[in-house]
Each structure stands twice: as structure tokens, then as C-alpha cells.
Design a protein around this ligand. Structure first.
Ligand SMILES: Cc1cc2nc3c(=O)[nH]c(=O)nc-3n(C[C@H](O)[C@H](O)[C@H](O)COP(=O)(O)OP(=O)(O)OC[C@H]3O[C@@H](n4cnc5c(N)ncnc54)[C@H](O)[C@@H]3O)c2cc1C
Length: 382
């Protein structure tokens, strides 16, 4: 059964997220983007709202909400600031989800509780300087010591929340001879000896989210901080990314919706020969096209979330949602600039920021090329 109605709780989440986004995030978004400032205070407030561990069981400090509510909140937040969207998304769907799903009760008590309540921030460390799409081929190693602990050595690249996070999920080779079946996931503390954070990257978009490389030199991890079983790390990484794609699809959806609304608004205000430009069919057709894409992105994303909530397989649907929503975000932001003419090309309006922010959604948590591979594999599965 499929319903297009939101529950009262989901409507309440939308209102809470929308109000918070408008009042607390939007006013400073442009300035943070310009100066590349991490929104520390906003992240703390998101924690207080229960938005940093939305789907985590209240037993472990989370809000116990469904994935549909998460999509709704992500859209509303990303509609005004996609940088805040990704910070929230990584903590919720990549870090909290993985620990709740694969962690021990002890890890949930010690670590998940702090992450889900927003007291600590998490990062997910799979990519490396030489390894992105081909994540099976990890170069970072973790070598077992006599006391059962592991020493991690290597470099992780492009890590969202890297300079600010407290807790890091790190994937490393524990047995190279086993290929990707020799990858293990570790929970690493940001204060660990031998752990070094690189310079913040100077990015095209999502500029107020931190992205940096991380260095590991004999970083010791105790056995109680292994996530899941030794050798199961690659499965953990992939299963986590399946859900993560719903988060990035909703981030893209938020950008698309924000750009669309800005274009509609501007088309009412800008006059050519004393008539608003929305009287021109050329502009009307752009708005019509944008509205179809943004709605299609929303429906695909909500479908993936609804399947996840029902405990059904959603790999295909999450990938389809991510591929479509990210393409739509880029195209809609591009057209939103076009509707604004020259004014769209400068910082005065938000559409140039939406355009820069949209691009990353086609790259991280699996590029669009990788989404095509996942989708084809799923539709050809027996
Ligand atoms: C701002 C930002 C934040 C990020 N945050 C994180 C994070 O928090 N954690 C993390 O682990 N990573 C993160 N990443 C890394 C991101 O996931 C990778 O950049 C992405 O997976 C692509 O990997 P790559 O950059 O190595 O490109 P490559 O894998 O080298 O790909 C280069 C090109 O080749 C294509 N390609 C590669 N393999 C195939 C194939 N088999 N078939 C067809 N085409 C292919 C790609 O689609 C792409 O067009 C982030 C990246 C950025 C830029």
C-alpha cells in the first residue's frame, strides 16, 4: 500500500525544520559560504532539536523517527543551506546508522548516545587519495597487535566534518590477501595519538561544511572499538551508503526546491517592458520544467525512504533517487540562474550558491556514473 499523506508527526517535523531553517540558518548562510565558516552553533542547535540522530532509537539518545521524516527535515534544511544539510546527513545516515545497526550495546552506550544527541559529531572515512569509486581497493592498513588492538596507518581523503568531528568511522585493510573481504571498520577518537587532520579544502560549493584529509600514523584502536566483525568492513561501508544515498537525494531535493522557489519569486518581481518576466512563455516553460523535476525528485526520494521504513530492500530506489535528484538539482539551479539573468550570476541572490552546491551531489556517496552501475545491476538481478 502506498500513501501520499504525511502523518501528523511528519508534518510537525516539516514545520519545525522549516522554521528553524528560515530563522536560524538562512540569515547567515551566504556569509558562511563566502568565508567558509563551519556552522558550529547551528549544529549544536540541530542536536538540541533531535535532528542529529533522527532515526536512532530513543534508547540510545536519538529521536526514533522514520526515514520519511528524515527526508522532510533534510529537504527543509538544505533548501536554505546545503552545507548544513551534508553535516547533518553524514552524522545521521553514515555514522549513527552504522553504529546502531552494526555496533555492540557498549558502543551504543559509549558512542552512539553522544552522536545521536548532537553532543559529538561524526565523520565517515572511506575515500583515500587514490581510492574513491573503487572503494574495495583500500590502501589504509590496520595491523593486529599481540594485545588484540590494531594500529592504523594511511591517509583518508575528502572527509566531510573532518576538521570538526570527534568520532571517525575508518575503513582499513586488516588482511590484504582477502581483498575487500579483508576490510574492517574501526571507531577512532579524534584525540587519538598519531591522528592528524589536514587543511580544510577550498571547495566550489558546500563551502561552510568542512572537508579535509586525515593522516593515520600508528593510531591504536582497542578491540572494543571495532565496528562489526573483522573482515566485514566493506559490507558495512556499502550497506551504510545505500541509506546515505537517501540523505544525499534529499539534500539535492532541498537545493532544487530552493532554486525553484527563488526563480518563481524573481520571475514575479523582474519586469521587462513593464511586465513581469513570468508573462513570457520562455520563462513559464522553464518554471514548468523545474516544477516537474523537483516533484519527481521528491517522489523518488520519499519512495526510497518509505521502503526503508517498511524494512524492504531499497538499493535500487535509493540509487535512482540520488541519481535523479542530483541531476535535477544541477539543472534546476542552472535554470534558476538563467531566470535571474545577470543578477543570478552574483552573490546578491542565492541561486549562484545553489548552483555551486548542487554539483557535489553528483559526486559524493557514489558518483552518477556509479549510480548507473548500481541501478543496472539491480534491474538485471535475478
Ligand atoms: C566535498 C566532498 C566531500 C566528501 N565527503 C566524503 C566523506 O565524508 N567520506 C568519504 O569517504 N568520502 C567523501 N568524499 C569522496 C567522494 O565520495 C569521492 O570523491 C567519490 O566517491 C569519487 O571518488 P574519486 O574522487 O576518487 O573519483 P574517481 O573514483 O577517481 O572517479 C573519477 C571519474 O571516473 C568515474 N568512474 C570511476 N570508476 C568508474 C567506473 N567503474 N565506471 C564508470 N565510471 C567510473 C567517476 O564517476 C568519475 O567521473 C567527498 C568528496 C568531496 C568532493
Amino acid at each position: 500500500m502506498m500513501s501520499f499523506e504525511f502523518t501528523e508527526t511528519q508534518e510537525m517535523i516539516r514545520q519545525t525544520a522549516r522554521d528553524f531553517a528560515r530563522e536560524q540558518i538562512a540569515p547567515s548562510a551566504s556569509e558562511r559560504d563566502k568565508n567558509g565558516v563551519f556552522p558550529a552553533e547551528i549544529v549544536a542547535q540541530l542536536g538540541e532539536l533531535g535532528f542529529m540522530g533522527m532515526m536512532v532509537d530513543p534508547e540510545w539518545g536519538g529521536s526514533g523517527l522514520d526515514a520519511v521524516s528524515y527526508v522532510i527535515a533534510m529537504e527543509e534544511i538544505s533548501k536554505v543551506d546545503a552545507s548544513v544539510g551534508v553535516i547533518m546527513s553524514v552524522n545521521n545516515s553514515l555514522v549513527c546508522w552504522a553504529i546502531e545497526k552494526f555496533g555492540t550495546d557498549d558502543q551504543k552506550e559509549r558512542i552512539l548516545r553522544l552522536l545521536a544527541s548532537g553532543q559529538k559529531l561524526g565523520a565517515y572515512c572511506l575515500s583515500e587519495p587514490e581510492v574513491g569509486s573503487d572503494a574495495r581497493n583500500q590502501h589504509t592498513t590496520a595491523t593486529k597487535q599481540d594485545d588484540g588492538s590494531f594500529l592504523i596507518n594511511g591517509t583518508k581523503n575528502w572527509i566531510t566534518n573532518g576538521t570538526s568531528a570527534d568520532i571517525f568511522l575508518v575503513f582499513a585493510q586488516t588482511d590484504r590477501s582477502l581483498g575487500h573481504k579483508g576490510i574492517t571498520c574501526f571507531i577512532v577518537d579524534g584525540d587519538a595519538e598519531g591522528f592528524e587532520r589536514g587543511q580544510k579544502e577550498d571547495k566550489l560549493g558546500i563551502r561552510s561544511s568542512d572537508t579535509c584529509s586525515l593522516g593515520f600514523t600508528n593510531v591504536r584502536v582497542a578491540p572494543e572499538n571495532i565496528l562489526g566483525e573483522v573482515g566485514r568492513g566493506f559490507n558495512i561501508a556499502m550497506e551504510t551508503l545505500n541509506g546515505g544515498r537517501i540523505g544525499i537525494a534529499s539534500q539535492a531535493l532541498g537545493i532544487a526546491q530552493g532554486a525553484f522557489e527563488a526563480a518563481v519569486q524573481y520571475s514575479k518581481e523582474r519586469k521587462v517592458r513593464e511586465k513581469p518576466i513570468n508573462a513570457l512563455q520562455a520563462i513559464q516553460f522553464k518554471l514548468a520544467e523545474m516544477s516537474v523535476k523537483v516533484d519527481a525528485a521528491r517522489l523518488l526520494t520519499l519512495r526510497a525512504a518509505a521502503l526503508k521504513d517498511r524494512g524492504e530492500r531499497f538499493v535500487l530506489e535509493a540509487s535512482q533517487a540520488k541519481l535523479f535528484a542530483s541531476t535535477a538539482a544541477r539543472e534546476i539551479a542552472n535554470e534558476a540562474i538563467q531566470v535571474h539573468g545577470g543578477y543570478g550570476y552574483v552573490r546578491e541572490y542565492n541561486v549562484e550558491r545553489f548552483f555551486r552546491d548542487a554539483k557535489i551531489t553528483e559526486i559524493y556517496e557514489g558518483t552518477s556514473e556509479i549510480q548507473h552501475i548500481v541501478i543496472a545491476r539491480e534491474i538485471l538481478r535475478d
